[in-house]
Ligand binder design. Structure first.
Ligand code: HEM
Length: 498
């Protein structure tokens, strides 16, 4: 295997970077972020209930019959940035109760329109008038993930998506499942020495190891560690507070990580083009749309780096949330285990995974309660309207599935963990097309939906066969919303070998 960059070869600077990365990793596992440090409940309540002057985002054009959007800017300079990071869902609900499905706020130094609830989110994601563009995402992640599929718009996006779709056909998925099964079994077995893991961090490492195998086709004897580090640095840079490449800072590490990944993919690309393998990298090199369109080398590199990012945290969060609820509800864990045991010892293929009905219900409910992508960024490219409100061109927009996932008009007892709500007899997710939307909707709906579902089910299946896991009955997980939701304490779990 060609390794196209000197920094992968274990020289002095890399060894140092690796030690620093290990140390910061160890700190990250134990220390909560600034916004999630526990405070007395009364202080939290005061912060949450603080009110600010209500103002219009912009006056609606005279004679349009539209209403202006009402909201507030929050604290001077920082706006509401810290409120959403600290209070996540709770803050989103306050804002929804106060202002309704269309509001505005200020965060990250910008005015941002918030769209929540099934009707408003549907209008933005279906995007009939092509008023909402992916430019919103560029504001947050373009430095590290330029030309990822999610950052493309309209005609260009459509063309790239058609080619990429060829890497997610059923045949391709069958191949990926065949690759990930043994990697997951091996990875889950390796936890046996630790009866009290912080499960979120174990899952994060495992899904990363699986990604280097299934996405890139690297075997365990390749220098996967260096690639993993470069990847982690690239993803973390998106949430850097100091958004400038100061030596030793997150931003600089991210830019360097991105370069390492680019060089790795560029060096291995000719071989992937020559022979067709079962990994995703190979699939992108050979994907051809019906009209013969194919990706250039530069496209393959940009898409690969974006795909790893899009897949990694989302599958980690989904499997963590599902494992947490299975720990809180041992009757569901037993029910899921019975189905897994009935499959026998063979590593399950795609059909066997699809047949794990209880895990399906549990995963859907976990995705409802902890949506891994709690808001989707857009930007208005022309003046438009949502539910009678005026949205001026050039404004950032946050489309929020979280409110939909708890809307009392769609779900019975929405705060309760109740996977049966997805069963055929109830199908509460059908109460509105956009009641349940963890994978988004419209032209940008997650292309890895089936891949992600299969990976999470395969992972939980291996856990069910190998262990029983639990948390104390009073334990409640707290999620930190600084970027995507992460359990503040890493989910301490008691793990017993079966
Ligand atoms: C269970 C885990 C996952 C969740 C909850 C999830 C969620 C999402 C969401 C909400 C979007 C829409 C973003 C938007 O409209 O702005 C999205 C898009 C996307 N996801 Fe996923 N995702 C998951 C797994 C994956 C996996 C495993 C892959 C790849 C193997 C992937 C690749 C993508 C890509 C490429 C896009 C952009 C699609 C486009 O713009 O056309 N995702 N995902």
């Amino acid at each position: 295997m060609v390794v196209g960059d000197r920094t992968l070869s274990g020289e002095g600077t890399t060894a140092m970077a690796s030690r620093v990365s290990e140390l910061t990793g160890a700190i990250r596992v134990r220390v909560p972020t600034l916004t999630s440090i526990p405070l007395p409940r009364a202080v939290d309540r005061r912060l949450l209930n603080q009110s600010w002057p209500v103002t219009e985002l912009a006056p609606a054009p005279a004679g349009s019959g539209l209403k202006p959007i009402l909201g507030d800017a929050g604290a001077p300079l920082i706006g509401h940035s810290l409120d959403f990071m600290r209070f996540g869902l709770e803050w989103a609900f306050r804002s929804y109760e106060r202002y309704g499905p269309v509001t505005w706020t200020s965060a990250f130094g910008r005015r941002i329109i918030g769209l929540s609830g099934p009707e408003a989110t549907q209008i933005a994601l279906v995007n009939k008038d092509k008023a909402f563009s992916q430019e919103g995402w560029k504001f947050f992640i373009e430095n590290f993930f330029p030309r990822g599929l999610m950052l493309m718009d309209f005609g260009e996006h459509h063309m790239h998506r058609r080619i990429m779709q060829q890497a997610f056909t059923r045949d391709r998925l069958t191949g990926y499942v065949g690759q990930m099964g043994p990697a997951l079994r091996e990875g889950v077995a390796a936890w046996a020495g630790n009866s009290h893991p912080r499960l979120y961090w174990s899952l994060k490492q495992l899904t990363l190891d699986v990604a280097t195998r299934v996405f890139m086709g690297m075997s365990s004897d390749d220098d996967a560690g260096a690639i993993n580090r470069a990847f982690v640095d690239t993803v973390r840079a998106g949430t850097a507070i100091l958004r400038y490449p100061v030596p030793g800072g997150r931003w600089a590490a991210g830019l360097n990580g991105r370069k390492v990944l680019e060089r790795y993919f560029a060096a291995n690309l000719p071989e992937k083009r020559r022979t067709e393998g079962v990994d995703l990298f190979s699939a992108l090199c050979h994907s051809t749309a019906e009209d013969g369109e194919r990706f250039t080398d530069a496209d393959v590199i940009d898409h690969m780096i974006f795909l790893m990012m899009a897949a990694h945290d989302t599958t980690t969060i989904t499997s963590s949330a599902a494992a947490y609820y299975l720990a809180k509800h041992p009757e569901w864990q037993e029910r899921a285990r019975e189905e897994s045991l009935a499959l026998g010892d063979d590593i399950p293929d795609i059909e066997a995974l699809e047949g794990l009905h209880t895990l399906d219900l549990v995963m859907k409910e976990a995705l409802r309660l902890v949506a891994p992508v709690p808001s989707m960024a857009r930007k208005t490219v022309k003046d438009t309207e949502v539910l009678g409100h005026y949205l001026p061109a050039g404004t950032l927009v946050s489309v929020n599935p979280t409110i939909n996932h708890f809307a009392p008009e769609c779900w019975t007892d929405p705060m309760r963990f109740d996977p049966e709500r997805f069963n055929d007899e109830r199908r509460e997710d059908k109460s509105h097309r956009y009641a349940w939307m963890p994978f988004g909707g419209g032209a940008h709906k997650c292309i890895g939906l089936h891949f992600g579902t299969l990976e999470v089910k395969a992972l939980l299946h291996e856990m069910l066969l190998a262990y029983r896991w639990s948390v104390p009955s009073a334990y409640e997980a707290r999620w930190d919303y600084v970027s995507l939701p992460v359990p503040v304490d890493g989910l301490p779990m008691r793990l017993e070998k079966r």
